[in-house]
Design a protein around this ligand. Structure first.
Ligand SMILES: Nc1ncnc2c1ncn2[C@@H]1O[C@H](COP(=O)(O)OP(=O)(O)O)[C@@H](O)[C@H]1O
Ligand SMILES: [Mg+2]
Length: 313
């Protein structure tokens, strides 16, 4: 039986939203089922094709990190084990094969509308702004930094949560205005702690977590870490042995896709917006292999084959 790739789910629960990657369903009043599809986006455009195993890798990496969080950093995950989820939510029983490995039962929160980005290296939109203006979210950075240079200490670099299109970097002062100084300080402190945990675990495994994005939500007045955590989709993972500031760095996961899209764009076959071009099978396969390798490199063990779509059931 074994499901193949999943681009979209139709579960017998109220649909809360379809995000770029996850389908989100309500489970009763105060829980959510997050189902990571194999959809992939690059340069903020969702591709038509799905990447085998990607949603499973993202879910399993998040669950792996959350299991290691110190107990004073509360998070939303109830269970990522499909058997336990189905026992809890029996209406999902007929969908267990599809959900295996890729579903998370979570506590529902009110999402705080700030992307809590932290940057240990100068890359992406931060590099673009710095190169043009010497600033990040309008605030001066030291002179003479190169692309992909290390930022020490890491920069808390919040962004708006844009419904569509590109997130916008915003100054910390705006977070303070919108959420109040106490909440803003709490988010920055949690962001720094979880990022520090991530870099401490990833560095000995040869992975630089150049930057990452966390989301937080409020439940009964308490801030919880929600969404995905320190995954290749929410972070820039670089091979440490290839790190060479002065240019962009290869990414563990999306590099084959990004490189191919760059060629299409340079050749005038893609304008950089939706609709995306049709991906060749070789790019799909290479990208899938990269996600599985990211799981292996990070956790030190291969993904449980029982979770993989092609495994016999
Ligand atoms: N515990 C939670 N409570 C409420 N919302 C959550 C929770 N965890 C994740 N979410 C939301 O679920 C969605 C996940 O889907 P995703 O595909 O990542 O969306 P996006 O396109 O916004 O990145 C996000 O909008 C995220 O804010
Ligand atoms: Mg997301």
């Amino acid at each position: 039986m074994g499901a193949t790739v999943i681009t979209r789910t139709e579960l017998p629960l109220p649909l809360v939203r379809r995000g770029k990657v996850r389908d989100v369903y309500a489970v009763g009043d105060d829980r959510l089922l997050l189902v990571a599809s194999d959809r992939i986006s690059a340069f903020d455009v969702v591709m038509h094709e799905a990447i085998p195993a990607k949603g499973i890798v993202l879910t399993q990496i998040t669950a792996w990190w959350l299991a290691q969080l110190p107990s004073d950093i509360p998070h939303h995950l109830v269970s990522a084990d499909v058997d336990a989820i189905v026992r809890d939510v029996p209406v999902l029983a007929p969908h267990a094969a599809l959900l295996r490995g890729r579903a998370m039962l979570c506590l529902r929160t009110e999402v705080i509308p700030v992307e809590c980005v932290i940057r240990g290296y100068l890359s992406g939109s931060a590099w673009k702004e710095y190169r043009a203006h010497g600033t990040l979210a309008g605030e001066r950075l030291p002179d003479g930094l190169k692309e992909s240079d290390r930022l020490s200490p890491p920069l808390f670099s919040p962004a708006t949560k844009a419904e569509t299109g590109h997130d916008e970097n915003i100054p910390v002062s705006r977070v303070i205005n919108e959420l109040g100084p106490a909440r803003a300080a709490e988010l920055e402190s949690l962001t720094r702690r979880v990022y520090a945990m991530g870099t401490a675990a990833a560095e000995p495994r040869g992975i630089i977590v150049a930057d990452t994005k966390f989301e937080f939500g409020v439940r009964h007045g308490r801030v919880l870490l929600i969404d995905e955590v320190l995954t290749p989709d929410s972070s820039r993972f670089w091979p440490a042995d290839q790190w060479a500031p002065g240019g962009p760095q290869p990414s563990f996961d999306k590099q084959p896709l990004r490189d191919w899209l760059d060629v299409e764009r340079a050749a005038g076959r893609w304008n950089g917006d939706a609709p995306p071009p049709t991906l060749p099978d070789s790019v799909i396969a290479a990208t899938s292999a990269r996600y599985l390798d990211a799981y292996l490199r990070l956790t030190g063990h291969p993904l449980d084959p029982a979770l993989l779509p092609s495994s016999p059931t």
